[in-house]
Design a protein around this ligand. Structure first.
Ligand SMILES: NC(=O)c1ccc[n+]([C@@H]2O[C@H](COP(=O)([O-])OP(=O)(O)OC[C@H]3O[C@@H](n4cnc5c(N)ncnc54)[C@H](OP(=O)(O)O)[C@@H]3O)[C@@H](O)[C@H]2O)c1
Length: 304
């Protein structure tokens, strides 16, 4: 049975989730992995015009500067200023590529990202991209990010970091971090999550500590599109939506922050247009049952 909920794409894109700190994070954001600098500038602009307010970059993606300047250029355009949209409506995330036991090496890398984010004035969320590097490097990297958050915005010249989190952390990494009594609690754990990789154990651990799950590769990189999963196609047809929309809606209904990536204007608009239907409880369970631990890129969640 199809239930119409009637939210427009713009309304879906304005939905937020409360983080453990005082920040609210947009639930549907644009993923920016594997976007060239030119694609980034243009896709971020299209996304902002469509109503996206959250953007997920990383040192790895080599598009932090283009993301920040595209957002800043949108914010300063006459149409935007007259509509009242300001920096505080935007949520910008980036990630530290390499954990290290050298505080100066971490600081150099973080400062480079902050310098790229200068047009935005602050970074909403800074993540450790992965648990790789071993326990000592993870702990030093986390403590160094904490120092940035705790330093706050005392210095006008310094680009502030508002909140911090982790990515690709498995259960053991989360337990390790929480056992260290962190001065700043991780706000999120960004992991691969979609119906073909449901990550139940990590999700349960995040729930235990109030850590918000961010779902990356929510479309499973399109690997199951075009009828490659008969169940996914059958349910998409049943609801009269695309396979991509069904996967984004699944992610939203589970309460994740979800990060579908597209460098195509029509796709990034339709991917967020998921407010016109609601997946029934039974169909959510059917989709949950598709789990086959499909890894679309990498899986460092059990790294030593
Ligand atoms: N923390 C991490 O380690 C990590 C790892 C991977 C991803 N991420 C984050 O999560 C984001 C999303 O993950 P992802 O980019 O790997 O995969 P994804 O969002 O699951 O899928 C993106 C792929 O699907 C295609 N696509 C998008 N919409 C489509 C549609 N409506 N119909 C058909 N194909 C469509 C895109 O192509 P087009 O661009 O041509 O539309 C692209 O090839 C990343 O961009 C990144 O921000 C984080």
């Amino acid at each position: 049975m199809t239930t119409k909920t009637g939210s427009t794409a713009k309304e879906m894109l304005s939905r937020t989730i409360q983080l453990p700190n005082n920040l609210k994070i947009p639930q549907i954001q644009l993923g920016l992995y594997m976007m060239s600098p030119t694609e980034t500038t243009r896709s971020v602009r299209w996304a902002l015009e469509a109503g996206y307010r959250g953007f997920d970059s990383a040192q790895w993606y080599e598009n932090e500067a283009e993301t920040a300047s595209s957002i800043a250029s949108f914010l300063s355009s006459p149409n935007t200023t007259s509509s009242g949209i300001t920096r505080s409506d935007i949520f910008y995330t980036t990630k530290l590529k390499d954990n290290s036991t050298s505080v100066s090496q971490i600081r150099r890398a973080v400062d480079k990202s902050l310098s790229a984010a200068k047009p935005l004035g602050y970074v909403d969320l800074f993540l450790l991209h992965s648990p790789l590097g071993g326990k000592a490097a993870r702990m030093t990297s986390w403590k160094t990010l904490e120092e940035y958050v705790l330093a706050g915005d005392g210095d006008d010249e310094q680009v502030e970091i508002k909140s911090i989190g982790v990515s690709n952390y498995g259960v053991a990494h989360i337990e390790e971090l929480m056992a260290s009594n962190p001065r700043v609690k991780p706000a999120v754990n960004q992991i691969e999550v979609h119906p073909f990789n449901t990550q139940n154990a990590i999700r349960e651990c995040c729930a235990k500590y109030g850590i918000v799950v961010e779902a990356y590769a929510p479309l499973a990189r399109g690997m199951k599109f075009g009828g490659r999963s008969k169940t996914l196609k059958g349910l998409a047809d049943k609801y009269g939506v695309s396979e991509a929309q069904l996967m984004v809606r699944w992610s939203v209904q589970h309460g994740f922050v979800t990060l579908p990536k597209s460098a195509k204007k029509d796709r990034l608009v339709t991917n967020a247009d998921v407010g016109g239907f609601e997946i029934s409880k039974e169909d959510m369970a059917t989709l949950d049952g598709l789990d086959e631990h499909l890894v679309t890129d990498w899986d460092p969640t059990d790294a030593p």
